[in-house]
Design a protein around this ligand. Structure first.
Ligand code: FRU
Length: 506
């Protein structure tokens, strides 16, 4: 039954505000349940690998400041992918022996070398870890250089040694980076994907021992080529309702809107040598927001759905975002699968289950919305799930992180079947003229309904529509922090069949 509440406010649990104690102004934007470094700059996740009950996340990190310099690998471990324990820096920028230049540790992967193919470990040791990273050598007389190096750890990633015969892969290019390595069981060999960034090309290599690499094939110059290609990954992915898995190649490049960054994917087959994509009539973006980039999956979770983590920021303004103490965050890990559609295979992403970090659920049913309906709940870190029956409304949606004069607006257009996110009035938008923006995704109703799952966390909004078939992630910087939520409709009414809010405390 529909409870017609019109524009009256709904009495929700009011004590929930207590969960959201104001943080100091310096930390006003630090998310409560998204990963950030204790201090300073982060970008790409690196070396996502699982070993003996621990998920490892390494990440691009400047240990000395809040801008992208001195890239090193930060390190954290987790048992559940949500609570992270920070560990000391794993791989630090280092000074080169032959001249006075520095080498930065750029992005890359990590593997568990359980058969000790590398020979780095004592006989019989099954838990040796090897990191394969891009060494980015600063300009010197010979100019800039990028090549692939190894480092290894015999104590579950706590301490590392660089291989004394580095580099293991150098083709003399200055933009050759971001190796992702996995064990290809049918061929009993390691396979690496790595980008020739300026050539919009992914190269695939094979190796028996992680040290000697042989070129297998190249793939590229298709899909989005509006920006350089970075951070590729090739992995298997299940198809919903089918036994057989497909292969997916993910990589970072341009956005639908000029000069912003995003990630794209290609679905196809990999025979141990070549990646062959399905016929594709459109560019397939992973996340249509402005702030999901450089995502990679855990490379060794073969038995499960792949889990991807991405960096929440956009190089267009990343160095300027108005956060203090920390800069940049990681997405909530996403489980990936494919859905077969008439147009081909399409990616479906769902954030891992958050229920165990949220203590309670506020649940409302059958809320009819005409015009504006402010909820009597406020907060800045929560998960919101909605099942919405499209009624007569021309547009409807949710105003998030709302205070007087500020709001981040999610609007569904019933005629166009689009969902858009507008952050032009979201708070502090003036730090970069590239920041205020609106984007849209196509979201088709199913049986007259759409579903939304929204992860709001201080300065992050991750939006999963229709069970994760379309996704948008954006950062916002509200200034007044009232954290109000308002449902709205224009030109008619709409029914929120279900609305769930799960507050998450820091
Ligand atoms: C992607 C990227 C990578 C590079 C790293 C440097 O965001 O540009 O290509 O390895 O960041 O921090």
């Amino acid at each position: 039954m529909i409870k017609s509440i019109g524009i009256a406010a709904i009495a929700l649990v009011s004590s929930s505000c207590a969960l959201f104690a104001q943080t100091s102004s310096k930390e006003e934007y630090r998310p409560a349940y998204h990963f950030t470094a204790p201090e300073n700059w982060i970008n790409d996740p690196n070396g996502l690998v699982y070993l003996d009950g621990e998920y490892h996340m390494f990440y691009q990190h400047n240990p000395f400041g809040n801008v992208s310099e001195h890239m090193s690998w930060g390190h954290a471990v987790s048992k559940d992918l949500l609570h992270w324990e920070h560990l000391p820096i794993a791989l630090e920028e280092f000074k080169n022996a032959d001249d006075s230049t520095q080498t930065m540790i750029f992005s890359g992967g990590a593997v568990v070398d359980s058969a000790n193919t590398s020979g780095f470990f004592d006989k019989g040791k099954k838990d040796g870890m090897v990191a394969i990273y891009t060494a980015h050598k600063h300009a010197n007389l010979k100019g800039l250089a990028q090549y692939q190096n190894l480092a290894y750890s015999a104590d579950k990633g706590r301490t590392w040694k660089h291989y004394d015969k580095n580099p293991v892969l150098d083709i003399g290019l200055t933009d050759f980076r971001d190796p992702f390595v996995f064990w290809y069981a049918p061929g009993k060999k390691w396979v690496m994907s790595v980008v020739k960034a300026l050539e919009y090309t992914v190269q695939f290599y094979e190796s028996p021992n992680l040290k000697d690499w042989k070129l297998l094939s190249e793939f590229g110059k298709q899909g989005d080529v509006s920006k350089i290609w970075e951070c590729s990954a090739l992995f298997q992915i299940p198809v919903q309702g089918e036994k057989e898995k497909k292969w997916i190649l993910t990589l970072s490049s341009g956005h639908r809107q000029k000069d912003y960054l995003a990630m794209q994917y290609f679905v196809g087959d990999f025979d141990g040598k070549n990646f062959t994509p399905q016929k594709q009539d459109e560019i397939l973006f992973i996340d249509e927001g402005k702030d999901f980039y450089a995502g990679i999956p855990f490379g060794n979770l073969q038995s499960k759905k792949p889990v991807m983590i991405g960096w929440i920021n956009d190089w267009e303004y990343a160095n300027k975002v108005p956060t203090e103490k920390f800069k940049g965050a990681m997405s909530i890990p996403r489980e990936l699968s494919l859905k077969k559609t008439d147009a081909g295979y399409r990616l479906v992403q769902t954030p891992i289950e958050l229920s165990f970090i949220a203590k309670k659920t506020i649940e409302l049913t059958n809320i009819q919305v005409k015009e504006n309906l402010p909820l009597k709940y406020n907060g800045e870190s929560y998960e919101l799930k909605a099942e919405i029956e499209i009624g007569t409304a021309k547009t409807f949606g949710i105003r998030l992180l709302k205070s007087e004069g500020e709001e981040s607006i999610l609007t569904y257009d019933s005629a166009k079947n689009t969902l858009s996110f507008d952050r032009t009035k979201s708070g502090n938008v003036s730090f970069s003229d590239r920041f205020p923006s609106v984007e849209s995704i196509a979201v088709k109703p199913k049986n007259g309904k759409i579903t939304l799952q929204i992860l709001v966390d201080k300065s992050i909004v991750e939006i999963f529509a229709n069970g994760g078939e379309q996704v948008m992630t954006d950062v916002v910087f509200p200034k007044k922090h009232e954290g109000n939520i308002e449902l709205f409709s224009t030109g008619g009414s709409v029914v929120f069949k279900k609305l769930e809010i799960r507050p998450v405390a820091r």
